[in-house]
Design a protein around this ligand. Sequence first.
Ligand code: UD1
Length: 353
Amino acid sequence: MRVISVVGARPQFVKLAPISHMFAKGNVEHIIVHTGQHYDPEMSDSFFEHLNIPRPDFNLGIGSGSHAAQTGSMLEPLEKVFQDTNPDWVLAYGDTNSTLATAISAVKIHKRLAHLEAGLRSFNRAMPEEHNRILTDHAADLLLAPTQIAMEHLANEGLAERSMLVGDVMTDVCLQIARDNEGAFNLPDGLTSGNYYLATIHRAENTDHEDRLNHVIRTLSGMDFPVVLTVHPRLASRAESFGISLDEGNIVPIGPLSYPEMVSATAQARGVITDSGGLQKEAFLVHTPCVTLRTETEWVETVDSGVNLVDADATSAQAIDFIKGLEGSTWPTLMPYGTGDAALHVMNALLTR
Ligand code: UD1
């Protein structure tokens, strides 16, 4: 079996890691295409290196641009790669512009398309990612869902027959790295384990409006312990253009971390404050309380378990109270994201369909 994986942005590299390791074990012929959506070394190369992923076979070098420019410029080169390599499956990951371009390019020339992380919904139509996921799910031949709730969303949209529950591949890699204690995070001077918060902010709805970004920075800067903020390029560029300083109050801004450092930084933090999808789940897996600065989440299981407060308008006081309230409490034992064997289920699904 020959499978082409198409990735382009940071969270997709994380999902690619367990898949590429499993395919190597299972003797699946695996071709990796990097669209180039993320291109800074610490947003891209670092993930291939630290997660032991083979170098991409193709790099399309697309780079930044508007949604249309970014998505559109991927279509033609992807079509050519799919035609030239003739895979049994094209595998699309998650919800980025690279995901949507993969879906459109593959199905129009009748290449079988599988969508990894299918069925997630925020029900927020203002999010570009929500359109990317829905359009990709409806185009795909095989929908690989991470959770039971994702399966239910797919069934509600008439896609049950093409759907399979495989578990969450990000859980595979997060649990393995946490267990092997890889890549310890070197705490910035003066910080100790358990006495800092970890924060990331990158979603357009938080970064691209001055008032909104001011609110987010106020929440972070008013926390009662230092807040290590790993700065995504989108946040850096929007903050600079609005003249907003990230070096406020208790905030300690640092550059993006490697994935193993991020898992370690999450596990040692007293709490996480984020708008990332993946980080909410990683916090859940390593038993760190999370405050999500969004109006909703796709990973509702973390909220139902009582360890993730989702509130776009959360103030520092509310975030502090929520995280303090979980101190010393027993962590939920449910494993809604699987036990770390999702990549195996993905490979079996592709082999048997
Ligand atoms: C993208 C995905 C989002 C995912 C996120 C993870 C879409 C619509 N969004 O958002 O789903 O959660 O990646 O990070 O696909 N930039 C750099 N260097 C880089 C990459 C980006 O400087 O290596 C800057 C550029 O100025 C660019 C901006 O960051 O315009 C945003 O990048 P973009 O790829 O548009 O989206 P993300 O916000 O990263």
